[in-house]
Design a protein around this ligand. Structure first.
Ligand code: SAM
Ligand code: SF4
Length: 347
């Protein structure tokens, strides 16, 4: 693996992570996310996705996260992973610089065959999102209308997905499989202990995410945010926790269970913003690049996507002029900003 200096932005932040959305569509409809029913026209081709990832690697990207919408809905996922895998194995290919390829999924379509194929295609990690253990709350958080039976079905599918991923070699103990949960005050904060209990039993790191003001459809209000410190306090009262801190450019602050029950992460982008060392570039399924999750508008890469040198110049310039730190400035503009939707951006 070769290492070369990354391109730096106006706040000396270097590019390190690419989050590429494969689709804006989803098979769930979580009310805090509100995905689109249709994909935008002009989804990137496999060739364009690969060119984009290669250029990003040349500019310093070492970690690729494939997301959506629900990425398992995309028929491009496996061919893309296979091509990335080949590139990672080839000396001199910029893809060889990728240290990690990860996927974020709601786990519903994570069958045993799918998990095995993902592993065989070189995927390193999967993060599965699940916001409740109680069936009624799980259904509500996923936007399913069928109440308890729908929630029970969802839980069954996600648990089967977790089992399938583990059997396919995504090892929770090595960080190969993690659980994400968005927590909203009075909506699913009663699920904190059950989710932590579930994760501890499965040996999974649970990552609790503060409800974020991404998009314009989810009716976000500051009162619905349960601050990460409060989440840690509640879980720590049940199972004492020891702080591990937040790695540079990481999104999660980590804690270790004092009884040896594994680790817990909290993503506190509202109460403790981490803009100062953010190294993430997001590209939507139709080729718009966003340097911030909370940005209103992205940069359309499609005019340059087919010419590698122009794409590289455009992406380098985009990162170089970046100065955003929305989350740190939130309190000044919370009401005035329009944001791109989460399922379009990919989280
Ligand atoms: N469908 C996949 C999933 O749910 O994991 C991938 C896409 S989803 C947009 C990526 C992550 O963003 C999920 O963990 C989801 O819970 C989180 N997310 C979506 N909307 C959010 C919001 N308003 N605040 C905080 N996290 C959110
Ligand atoms: Fe779908 Fe993920 Fe958004 Fe839920 S959070 S609606 S699973 S994209």
């Amino acid at each position: 693996m070769t290492s070369e200096p990354s391109v730096a932005d106006q706040r000396s932040r270097t590019l390190g992570v690419l989050r590429l959305s494969l689709t804006a569509r989803c098979n769930l409809s979580c009310p805090y996310c509100c995905p689109d029913a249709e994909d935008p026209p002009g989804l990137l081709s496999l060739e364009q996705q690969l060119r984009l990832i290669r250029v990003a690697c040349r500019l310093g990207v070492h970690t690729l996260r494939l997301t959506g919408g629900e990425p398992l809905l995309s028929d491009r996922l496996l061919p893309l992973l296979q091509q990335i895998h080949n590139g990672r194995e080839t000396l001199g290919d910029p893809l060889n610089r990728l240290r990690e390829v990860a996927l974020t999924s709601n786990g519903v379509l994570l069958t045993s065959d799918r998990a095995t194929a993902l592993r065989a295609s070189g995927l390193d990690r999967i993060t599965v999102s699940l916001d409740a253990v109680d069936p009624e709350v799980a259904a509500r958080m996923a936007g399913l209308r069928g109440g308890v039976p729908a929630g029970e079905r969802l839980l069954q599918q996600v648990f089967a997905g977790l089992q399938a991923a583990t059997s396919a070699g995504f090892d929770p103990a090595a960080g190969g499989l993690k659980l994400n949960a968005v927590i909203q005050r009075t909506v699913n904060d009663d699920q904190l202990i059950p989710l932590a209990d579930l994760a501890r039993r499965w040996g999974l790191e649970l990552r609790l995410i503060e409800f974020m003001d991404v998009g314009n459809r989810n009716g976000w209000r500051p009162q619905q945010v349960l601050p990460a410190a409060e989440m840690v306090k509640r879980i720590g009262a049940r199972w004492p926790l020891q702080p591990l801190g937040r790695p540079v450019s990481g999104t999660a602050r980590s804690w270790r269970y004092a009884d040896g029950g594994g680790c817990l992460g909290v993503i506190a982008s509202i109460s403790e913003p981490f803009c100062s060392d953010c190294n993430r570039l997001r590209v939507t399924a139709d080729g718009r690049a966003f340097t911030c999750l909370f940005a209103a508008e992205g940069t359309d890469l499609t005019p340059v996507l087919d010419v590698e040198s122009e794409l590289e110049r455009t992406m380098a310039a985009l990162w170089h002029r970046r100065s955003d730190r929305y989350s740190e400035e939130r309190h000044g503009n919370a009401d005035s900003n329009q944001h791109a939707e989460m399922a379009y951006l990919g989280g």
